[in-house]
Design a binder for this molecule. Structure first.
Ligand SMILES: Nc1ncnc2c1ncn2[C@@H]1O[C@H](COP(=O)(O)OP(=O)(O)OP(=O)(O)O)[C@@H](O)[C@H]1O
Length: 246
């Protein structure tokens, strides 16, 4: 469902951050991107929905190369690609339900967006999604009053409000304690299994990658070093990925 072909990216005056990346990702897969700090994980993830502009190559989704779309076309495709972030990217002064409804902003015109015009159906869906992420009763709390794990679950509900086919997760558990990390990753895994949503997840924790991934992409110095189903990934491959010498 997502094909990345010959993708390259060099930041201004830097060495290449992505070098000829070729990856194929199937529907409903839980894909973990691993690699040392500075390897290019965030650049790869954010290049998929064009938050970072790559230099060449293809990102094929629904038979279209996302790199070649105009603004309007890209806006439509981005609706199908949700994103969650290490720092949650919520509007802290707004309530939980308002933040979830923001997942629909991409489908609103400027006027509707500015005045927060949401239908009864959308509000009911937001309530249902908050139940799904186990946050019933929190609807009217301000996001600033939530724990990190709760904030990340609001972020997931907001992404689901878009009806995404893919969710990009940029270090979603890096700021969370172990119990909250498991809760968030369990939830993401459930989305892949039960809804067929593809989750592409940058992680620093190899143990969690091995617990949750269907496919592991290992990236080092901007190049793919591992691209395998988890069952094919062994300790030596992971050691080499993080080894400074190899
Ligand atoms: N905006 C930028 N301008 C210039 N160079 C950048 C920029 N963002 C990233 N880089 C460089 O690109 C390379 C890849 O960075 P990236 O953030 O993608 O790595 P990463 O694997 O996500 O790292 P980490 O695990 O530390 O978050 C690094 O050498 C980094 O310094």
């Amino acid at each position: 469902m997502l094909e990345i072909k010959h993708l390259n990216k060099t930041y201004e005056a830097g060495r290449p951050a992505l070098k000829d990346i070729n990856v194929s990702i199937g529907k409903g897969q839980f894909v973990v991107i691993l690699g040392p700090s500075g390897a290019g994980k965030t650049t790869l993830l954010r290049s998929i929905n064009q938050l970072i502009t790559s230099d060449s190559g293809e990102i094929d989704f629904e038979d279209q190369n996302l790199r070649l779309l105009n603004k309007q076309q890209l806006r439509q495709k981005r609706q199908k690609i949700g994103m969650i972030f290490q720092n949650y990217n919520l509007v802290e002064r707004l309530t939980v339900i308002e933040n979830v409804l923001h997942g629909r902003l991409g489908q609103k015109n400027l006027w509707q967006g500015m005045f927060g015009v949401f239908s009864q159906t959308e509000k009911q869906e937001a309530l249902r999604l908050l139940q799904e992420v186990d946050l019933q009763g929190f609807e009217l709390k301000n996001c600033s009053d939530l724990s990190g794990g709760q904030k990340q679950r609001v972020g997931i509900a907001r992404a689901l409000m878009q009806h995404p086919q893919i969710i990009l997760c940029d270090e979603p558990v890096a700021s969370l304690d172990p119990a909250s990390s498991v809760m968030v990753l369990d939830l993401l895994k459930k989305l892949t299994v039960e809804k067929g949503i593809t989750c592409i997840v940058n992680l620093h924790q190899v143990d969690l990658a091995l617990d949750y991934a269907d496919q592991i992409i290992g990236i080092k110095a901007g190049a793919i070093q591992i691209n395998e189903p988890k069952s094919q990934v062994d300790k030596a491959m992971l050691q080499a990925l993080y080894d400074k010498e190899s």
